[in-house]
Design a protein around this ligand. Structure first.
Ligand code: PLP
Length: 454
């Protein structure tokens, strides 16, 4: 039982409450439930760069929610688009039926995507986007007469959501261990690219470590290219604590995958829509994959939605057989949901009108200088950054891994700034509307917390 009073309201018209609710029934995701419920952090409102918690305290959002709200909170354009759409048509299926807004959104998205990625498959989340891309890779190779290509290659410390496909190619051991008996067969992992020893406090991409891509050659030798379907990596690992690709690394992965007819999937659930100073990380770092998985900021996190961007040749190869047959036996009840699509169209207009992807690039240097000013504070062993994202890593304290990171996160929150802790790494990824004063404020808050936690 939580230490908060029960909300006894049973009024069916009750919409939402800023009263303290019972915390008993919601089994929270990726949360230490008992710890949280003993000392909850409850957000009630959001506007611009700020949340307001249930007790009326303002909290500066240094995480864009959960890497979602790149246009900031409470955007009237989005809520109006959602409201209009829900009145006009609340829901329509995309199985053997269609509605214009989903097609309009797909077209609009491909105006932003890297060259050749002109087809879009809608999902409701990053996890679904990843599993969709993996299945598409299998579908493509089969249609291409290479059905033996079924193996996947992910990367250590990669995060690709929580579907069985995603955790199989993912490389975060806590996410895998409990399910290890039932992960996908035929998956290998490249080594991760975190290199604190050589590259600590590098601004942007490190010159060390591109050779880690060569392990892919070894895996090809081991298994035979004819058995490998796809390589999936985050161009920048977000959830593992902002791990950047070394200079030349992604290009090398592209060269090797191309050489052997292996598909390259970039998981851009975090990096897409401006986070790293361009619409897609693919564009920022000049490497075009065969598929890109997205979600989150596609519609500013307003309504669950994801999308997989696909090269024309993959799509066209799958469009085979009698025209009355379904080509890809896959999809979701809510694929291309009209209300989520309306939110996405409004979001893309904001990104464009306010030039937020450009803003992310332009603010990079200021943000970089600000976060690197934390170097030298107690126990800070690395700082990594690009665009409007940064990771600050601490050495673990004597109480165990993750305790220092959690302490800093908690201190920041209680003093009015929301950052994200992954183990002993703090990630900052503010909405792209952030200004310099707010950057200073979040970095000062972090500095205070680091000093206080020790
Ligand atoms: N892929 C990446 C790179 C992610 O960062 C995430 C979530 O953070 C996912 C997939 C999973 O997305 P979702 O939580 O929407 O399923």
């Amino acid at each position: 039982m939580a230490d908060l009073p029960l909300n006894s309201s049973s009024d069916a018209s009750h919409q939402s409450s800023t009263e303290h609710p019972s915390l008993e029934h919601f089994w929270m995701p990726f949360t230490a439930n008992r710890q949280f419920k003993a000392s909850p952090r409850l957000l009630a409102k959001a506007e611009g760069m700020y949340y307001t918690d249930i007790d009326g305290n303002k909290v500066l959002d240094a995480t864009a929610g959960l890497w979602c709200c790149n246009a900031g909170h409470g955007r009237r354009e989005i809520s109006e688009a959602v409201s209009n759409q829900i009145k006009q048509m609340d829901y329509a299926p995309s199985f053997q039926m269609g509605h214009p807004i989903a097609f309009e959104l797909a077209e609009r998205l491909t105006e932003l995507s890297p060259e050749g990625l002109n087809k879009v498959f809608f999902t409701n989340s990053g996890s679904e986007s990843v599993d969709t891309a993996l299945k598409m890779a299998l579908c493509y190779h089969r249609a291409n007469g290479q059905a033996s290509r079924t193996r996947f290659i992910g990367r250590e410390m990669g995060y690709h959501g929580v579907g069985f496909g995603g955790i199989s190619v993912g490389g975060l051991s806590n996410n895998r261990k409990a399910f290890s008996g039932q992960l996908l067969q035929g998956v290998d992992h490249l080594p991760h690219t975190l290199d604190i020893q050589n590259a600590a406090f590098t601004r942007g991409l490190s010159p060390f470590g591109a050779e880690k891509a060569e392990v892919l050659e070894q895996l090809v030798t081991l298994h035979g290219a004819e058995n490998i379907a796809a390589v999936i990596v985050e161009p920048m690992s977000g959830s593992a604590g902002v791990i950047l690709p070394p200079q030349g690394y992604l290009k090398r992965l592209r060269e090797i995958t191309q050489k052997y007819g292996i598909l390259l999937i970039f998981d851009e659930v975090i990096t897409a829509f401006g986070r790293v100073g361009a619409a897609f990380a693919s564009q920022r770092w000049g490497v075009i994959p065969d598929m890109i998985t997205t979600a989150k900021a596609i519609n500013n996190g307003a309504i669950p939605m994801g999308a997989v961007f696909v090269q024309d040749f993959i799509h066209d190869t799958c469009m085979q057989g009698p025209t009355e047959l379904i080509e890809f036996f896959h999809g979701y009840t809510y694929s291309g949901h009209p209300v989520a699509a309306a939110a996405a169209l409004a979001t893309l207009s904001i990104y464009e009108n306010e030039q937020l992807f450009e803003r992310s690039f332009e603010l990079e240097r200021y943000f970089e200088d600000a976060v690197h000013s934390l170097k030298g504070l107690p126990n800070v062993i690395d700082i990594r950054n690009t665009g409007l994202v940064a990771g600050i890593q601490f050495s673990p304290n004597a109480q165990g891994a993750g305790k220092r990171g959690y302490g800093v996160f908690e201190h920041c929150f209680r003093h009015g700034t929301l950052v994200r802790a992954t183990g002993d790494i703090i990630a900052m990824s503010p909405p792209l509307i952030v200004d310099k004063r707010e950057i200073d404020q979040m970095v000062n808050s972090l500095s205070d917390a680091i000093n206080a936690v020790g």
